[in-house]
Design a protein around this ligand. Structure first.
Ligand code: GTP
Ligand code: MG
Length: 384
């Protein structure tokens, strides 16, 4: 194969798993020649002769490999072809090997995506999009892939050029206030369910996720390790952690579980602290509310309780993990705690640590009126 200074690259664009078809993209000055080297169309039309946009069915064969394959090749431009082959992982890997043996540089889809987009934020959005687990999260990332955050940073740069530091500062502060939301588009919000043994923590988890994720027993100390279950609440990705009931225990395994439960509370975005409606101890409830004021406090087994005394401080919800009473209200409360403000469609927002760090630095520079440094930070945000 002739070589030029611009490399010809190949990447598998479809996910690395078994599927109906896999797509290999070849791009660069030798893309057509490389594909023609291995591919013979049914009508004996070469890709070189074929018009752009033509899709050809034919046979792919490498000399050193006795196994050929019938497949489809599309000529997308004079420098881009797409090969649609069998969806098994081996089929696409074999095509990559053939192309590599002829001098093609093999890239990952991430490298290909990054190289296709001059703006780093747009490239990052395209890389993060496949990781979005709910459609709502994907829509916000799609906005960023379509340039929402990039345009906002350009606007901030223009404001700085006009010495309008105040408005630039306000815009940056607003973007940073959305950082937690943006990061959670690809990483679920973490919710830990904690409380004394036997109050119904595992039962509540099962009720919310809709299947028997955790073992439920009428025996205190049933859950030992931290159990995770991922779901979506109102379209937002969340991960629940069910923990060991917190109590004084001589059991070594249980102690380890309790230590893990306490650690999980510290790292969670939200703790749900559960209490037993059939065994309400107002003093303990009051203490729990004081110790964990940002937690959501839930009195469970409400179906078994008549009149219960609810403490008069903080927020308290009543549920039954058996009948489901109060669970929709709990879900509404969880969502409004985690996402007090839902950004509008097309809202620019940062969604990677790199962007958040870069925006924080820029915000400081704008506050200190460091014009040149701020422009450099903007430059860095656009080009990773
Ligand atoms: N009637 C009623 N029973 C419940 C409710 N929630 C849980 N239970 C029962 O209470 C017992 C303990 O429930 P679990 O969900 O295992 O409690 P836990 O808090 O996870 O317990 P540990 O893992 O031991 O800390 C089981 O028999 C459940 O069926 C409820 O809301 N109403
Ligand atoms: Mg449990």
């Amino acid at each position: 194969m002739p070589s030029t200074s611009t490399p010809t690259t190949a990447a598998v664009l479809t996910p690395p798993a078994r599927g109906a078809i896999a797509t290999v993209s070849v791009q660069g000055p030798e893309a057509i020649a490389l594909a023609d080297h291995f591919f013979t169309s049914l009508g004996k039309v070469s890709l070189d002769e074929a018009n752009v946009g033509r899709i050809l069915v034919g046979h792919w064969q490498a000399e050193e490999d006795s196994v050929g394959e019938e497949l489809v090749v599309a000529k997308l431009s004079p420098e881009v072809v797409e090969i649609h082959c069998h969806g098994g992982v081996q089929a696409s890997q074999r095509i990559l090997q053939h192309l590599a043996s002829a001098g093609c540089v093999i890239e990952s889809w991430q490298e290909r995506t990054t190289s296709l987009h001059a703006d780093a934020i747009v490239a990052e959005a395209k890389l993060e999009l496949p990781r979005a687990v709910t459609s709502q999260a994907a829509l916000h990332l799609l906005d960023q892939a379509n340039g929402a955050l990039t345009r906002e940073i350009v606007i901030i740069g223009n404001l700085l050029e006009q010495s309008n530091f105040e408005v630039a500062e306000q815009k940056l502060a607003h973007l940073l206030s959305l950082a937690s939301f943006g990061r959670h588009l690809t990483q679920p919000w973490l919710i830990v369910i904690a409380g004394p043994p036997n109050v119904g923590k595992s039962s509540l988890l099962n009720k919310i996720v809709g299947y028997d994720r955790a073992i439920v027993l009428d025996m205190p100390g049933t859950t030992r390790d931290v159990l995770h279950a991922t779901t979506a609440l109102d379209g937002w990705p969340v991960q629940f952690s069910d923990t060991a009931g917190i109590r004084v225990s001589d059991d070594e395994i249980e102690q380890a579980g309790i230590a893990k439960a306490k650690a999980a509370i510290k790292t969670a975005d939200l703790a749900i602290v559960m209490h037993d409606a059939t065994d309400v101890k107002p003093d303990e409830l009051d203490q729990s509310l004081r110790e964990l004021p940002s937690a959501l406090h839930v009195v469970n087994k409400i179906d078994l309780a008549g009149d219960i005394r609810v403490p008069n401080s903080g927020e308290m919800l009543a549920t039954s993990a058996v009948t489901g009473q109060g669970v929709p209200e709990l879900i509404t409360s969880i969502v409004s705690r985690l996402i007090p403000y839902v950004p509008q469609t097309h809202q620019p927002l940062p969604f990677t640590d790199r962007q958040v760090d870069g925006l924080r630095q820029l915000h400081c520079q704008v506050q200190r009126r460091q014009f040149d440094d701020a422009l450099q930070s903007i430059e860095k945000l656009h080009s990773a």
